[in-house]
Design a protein around this ligand. Structure first.
Ligand code: FAD
Length: 508
């Protein structure tokens, strides 16, 4: 049987990313019909404002204009994450911080971590190997006014308005790739003798039949869980945060940090993301370690406002991923596939990867499903496991012991065998590219180096050569020169964005 009619259920970021990826790969081929169905009464989750640099390549592939995207999704630039208070304040000071920027850590193909370890570590690791920490501290844009779309002297991703982003992706999928958009409430599905989905039944009494189904219905997981009974592999023993409070507050005319701020507290952490006209702030915590009223009070002190009257949004979080991400003729993407709390903004990234992977190898006939689904399931199970490792690493490396939450995340933590092994190896030698075997290491050596050494991981110092000190001095002066050459050219972050907005309004 040929697979020609594809249904995507859900019109959030996941659904519309999938629609664009499939449209891009399949719309030029004769006979494919892609329909996205979303409920008129179930809103999209509407959180998810931080991205990672991979999204730039995706938007460029979809031929979305970067200027239009920045203008209509209230975008600001993200050059990384500033982690505040992830270490013990008694040993490392109040408001201790480190950056996880996006710039690569290797310089001229050389890993500078051994030199940093031998340098006395007066400078932070990020500041020693790159210039992005300085650019972040100065609130600079990663792009010049003259930079080409999706390019800039510094690596970057975006902060965005999630609702507006889904709308932009929707417009693109329909106009560029002919994706059909339909509003309907899916109530249930009919199934064939092999358990495959034959059709969807709507609450309006319609029967909608397709050859292949993509479940992007968010935490509702209406096909993968409710119809195909694929369970979630629960990962709450590794990532113990399970609730969030979210709020938006105006920030007009204030300076805009070109990074996400992630501030640790007694039972989790707070995200703080500035868009052009508002801040999205979220309090992530473990409800086993902090009651909601304590969370509201702690969140209020962070914001400096009385939060109760502002009615923060409560978002429960189920941490885990599907035992099978693809079952029969149905693939789950986005929150229906799985979720790990947003510390490293991994959700849109994994969705984007998975949707692109699916679209590029999309099965043409039903008998190709078996082999491709096995490959997909193995690949993305690996992706999820490594993403969970990476998020857990941030907590595990902390020397905070000021609450049961931090004790449970450190002394009482359950790590995967892979993460245990890596940390053992990295006690004796710095992480290297060859420690990361798979193309599907979503976070690789650069990311690990920033977190390990931002959190002061005690790797044994390498043997010093005669010319080590000379080389260290050269490294430091090279980075200073590089930054000085760039800093007067890079505009202030807010200035760049306001100029772009003015330019766009003149075009209307
Ligand atoms: C607290 C929190 C913070 C987050 N922060 C980040 C972040 O910084 N970065 C990041 O990458 N990700 C983040 N995420 C994840 C991000 O929000 C999601 O990856 C993204 O929004 C995609 O969601 P989705 O499309 O899977 O689901 P949703 O946005 O929930 O969309 C679900 C869709 O399914 C439809 N639907 C549901 N039931 C039915 C039905 N019966 N019939 C028809 N349609 C139906 C709905 O109408 C809707 O269109 C965060 C998530 C949470 C919870």
């Amino acid at each position: 049987m040929q697979i020609k009619r594809i249904a995507i259920i859900g019109g959030g970021t996941a659904g519309w990313l999938a629609a664009n990826h499939l449209g891009l790969e399949l719309s030029a081929q004769f006979g494919y019909e892609i329909t996205l169905i979303e409920s008129p009464n179930v809103p999209i989750i509407g959180v998810g404002e931080g991205t990672v640099p991979h999204i730039r390549a995706t938007l460029a592939r979809f031929e979305i204009s970067e200027a239009e995207f920045i203008d209509c999704c209230d975008v600001t630039f993200k050059q990384g994450i500033k982690f505040v208070n992830w270490l013990d304040s008694k040993k490392h000071g109040d408001e201790n911080y480190y950056y996880h920027p996006f710039d690569p850590t290797y310089n001229d193909n050389e890993n500078w971590a051994p030199f940093w370890l031998n340098s006395g570590m007066q400078k932070s690791y990020a500041d020693f190997v790159g210039i992005q920490e300085k650019a972040c501290n100065d609130f600079l844009s990663p792009k010049l006014i003259s930079s080409l779309p999706y390019q800039g002297p510094l690596n970057y991703a975006y902060h965005l308005n999630a609702v507006k982003f889904a709308k932009l992706l929707a417009k693109n999928a329909q106009e560029r790739f002919g994706v059909i958009h339909k509003f309907a409430n899916i109530e249930c599905a009919t199934k064939g003798t092999e358990g495959e989905i034959l059709s969807l039944l709507t609450s309006e009494g319609e029967t909608l039949a397709f050859d292949f189904y993509i479940d992007c219905s968010g935490f509702h997981s209406i096909l993968i869980e409710k119809e195909l009974a694929v369970p979630l592999i629960d990962k709450s023993s590794q990532i113990i945060t399970n609730a969030a409070l979210a709020i938006q507050i105006p920030n007009e005319n204030e300076p805009i940090p070109p990074f996400t701020i992630a501030t640790a507290h007694k039972a989790g952490w707070i995200w703080d993301i500035a868009l052009l006209n508002r801040r999205g702030v979220g309090f992530v915590y473990s409800d086993k370690h902090m009651s909601e009223s304590e969370a509201i009070s702690s969140f209020s002190s962070y914001l400096g406002v009385e939060l109760e009257s502002m009615n923060p949004r409560r978002v429960p979080m189920r941490i885990g991923y599907r035992k099978k991400l693809w079952e029969k003729n149905c693939v789950a993407l986005g929150l229906a596939q799985g979720f790990v709390e947003p510390l490293e903004a991994t959700s849109i990234l994994v969705t984007d990867y998975a949707a692109e992977y699916l679209a590029k190898g999309f099965p043409k006939t039903a008998d190709q499903i078996e082999s491709f689904s096995r490959r997909f399931n193995t690949t993305f199970t690996y992706v999820w496991e490594r993403v969970i490792d990476f998020v857990q690493l941030h907590y595990f490396l902390s020397d905070r012991r000021d609450s049961q939450f931090w004790l449970d995340n450190t002394e009482g933590a359950q790590l995967s065998d892979e993460l245990k092994l890596r940390l053992e190896v990295w006690k004796n030698q710095v992480p290297e590219r060859q420690d990361f075997f798979s193309k599907f290491e979503v976070f690789d050596v650069d990311n690990y180096l920033y977190i390990l050494y931002g959190m002061k991981y005690p790797t044994r110092h390498p043997v010093r050569a005669n010319n080590t000190d000379v080389f260290i001095n050269q490294c430091v002066s090279h980075k200073n020169q590089q930054f000085n050459a760039l800093k007067d050219k890079l505009p202030n972050h807010r200035t760049y964005l306001e100029k772009l907005k003015q330019h766009m309004s003149r075009l209307v």
